[in-house]
Design a protein around this ligand. Sequence first.
Ligand SMILES: Cc1ncc(COP(=O)(O)O)c(C=O)c1O
Length: 699
Amino acid sequence: MQPACPPLEWSLHKTTASGHAGCTSCATPACVRPPPRNSFGLSTVRMHTSPTPPLDPASIFLGPKAENADVFEALLLEAFRDHVFWRRNFHPEDGFSVHDAERRAPGFERSVSVLREHLMELLGELKGGVPFFSPRYVGHMNADLTMASLIGYFATMLYNPNNVAAEASPVTTRMELEVGADLARMLGYPADRQWSHLTSGGTVANFEALWLARNVRYLPLALHWAAKALGRSVSVQRARGDNVDTQQLGLWDLLNVPPAAALDAMDRLVSQQEDPRRVLEVLSQCSLTGLGFQEFGRRVTSEFGDSLAAGVVLVPATAHYSFNKLCGALGMGSGQLVHVPVDSKFRMSTDALWKTLVRLEEQKQPVIACVSVIGSTEESAVDHLDQVVALRLRAQRELGMSFWLHADAAWGGYATALLRGSDGRRRTLDDVRSSCAPEDWPEAPVYQALCAIGDTDSVTIDPHKLGYVPYPSGAICFRDVRVRSLISAEAPYVFTNDARDVPDLGRFILEGSKPGAAAAAAWMSHRVVPLDADGHGRLVAESIRGARRLHRILDAQDWSPFRAVVMPRPDLNIVCVAFGHPGITSLEANNAFMERVHNALSSSGGKPARALDHVVSRTTLRAVEYGDAALPHVRALGFSDQDYHRAGGLTVLRCTVMNPMAWQPRGRVDVLSAFAQTLRTALADGLRAAAGTALPQKA
Ligand SMILES: Cc1ncc(COP(=O)(O)O)c(C=O)c1O
């Protein structure tokens, strides 16, 4: 039998609902000692790292009818009571500050009534929210959340840790780094090199990726000037593979050093000096961040007699709208965002990408970054990332050109869980297919693209999307931790822990104060639902089953008198469909018709979301970004290419099938079939409303 822990100084604690508050070091039933920690400071008590028997998705969520309310309630109460014990055991000698007599005074009781009333008001107001938990919701990227993440969030929120600095979050900063490491491992980054952390969302994660990409791309120029200022020389590996002293290189070569080679050269320069801080200081003074674009450009012109051509960012036509904002915010200019055409499956065309690279090389315009999307926002399309990786090598070899490679896997990143067995081994295409059976998923190109994620420089992946954890929880993973030094900041009042093993996150990231509770939520969720084929892979596979089934239902129905144009079977789990009618004779009118149908199936029509039978979203495939990729669908609706360009785009309904329980009928209603029925009614109502409006005629 284990010895009992020494008694706490003064203990008001009681046993919890389940009779035990967490101590695993002794056998005393009421002991509230925290569980043992490993050298990283984290609890060594794991929930299920590899659950057997296999995880049942029904056990993961509260459930559409709160079927798991008993478990949820007991654990929330446990978390709250445990927090109470913690307060009472912190300097118990202080005694109580709020006295019983005071609690019975009229002023006190009034305050509590006000609190209660406002809570009731809030709870009432919240019913005006959106029922994301229901399988009837196939709107945006929302669904039920894991109980683990919600309970983890609630439990930690009571402690309010701030992950800006380890001093304010000794536990949750470590958890955040562990979540980052878990994600990086799942994506295939080297464990001893990666640098990953949480962000408020995918937008900020993409911002950080482009911010660091920009700094790494301009690093060789900074090294060139810093080495000169320090009276040193440093060589760098050019895109074509040879090593040359930076002083011997021209502007084009300096702007096309492969990212890893630029970081290696920085290491070499730093290691030449006795005082590495001094090198980093000079380097920072010569960097784009230190100088700003105007002064940086002026130096380039004065030294190379050539102005600094604007660097571009290449994204597929399907890229998230935030890239526009980001290029503007980073001073690169949103006009330098180049949309590469996509193919008929909405995947970035690698032929078009190659042609774009050749054209840019001829114009001597450097590429800061190329972004591949793994799960596009509108269609869940997965770019041919493996081919883009190969194309970068070809561009280095044949064009002397390199770039930063970023995967925006904000939506689809969790699908890589399907590539890993619970023993950590890479699963074959057949293994992955067996997880999704009887559906024929994934196609080989999707599998190959997912396998290539580890060959990128950075990846955005959002736990608050397909990770089923609450906001705010985006994540950015970098392949190489050295990038950190290109943005590190000093703030002596808050960052003081150089000697400790846990870094102060605020030094190395864009954001400052950030919720440790969000880190704990993701950490808990990943412990309960592991990042492998049996855990998160299972949830992704079930959601894909749902999407495929919905695709079949939409495709097989006789919609007459309407014409349904169902977009290609999705790479992941978002299904898009457009409807037309012979009486609607212009694409503008058809787009307006789709808007009306969407309004009937979303709260944007003015109806409260709780009163809706089903909820869907919509989008417009805009000609300016999608180019020809939308034309087959425009034609299938009976409109011409000219109609498309005149209307500016094609409006479609977008069904995000995220709920892992929607694919098979579970309750009394088969929600996916019922959705098709509701859609039929909305189409008929939308058409009647259209008949009452003067429709623009076909031009
Ligand atoms: C592919 C992709 N990237 C980035 C984002 C932005 O994520 P967030 O809304 O968390 O900032 C989204 C959001 O839908 C997305 O789908």
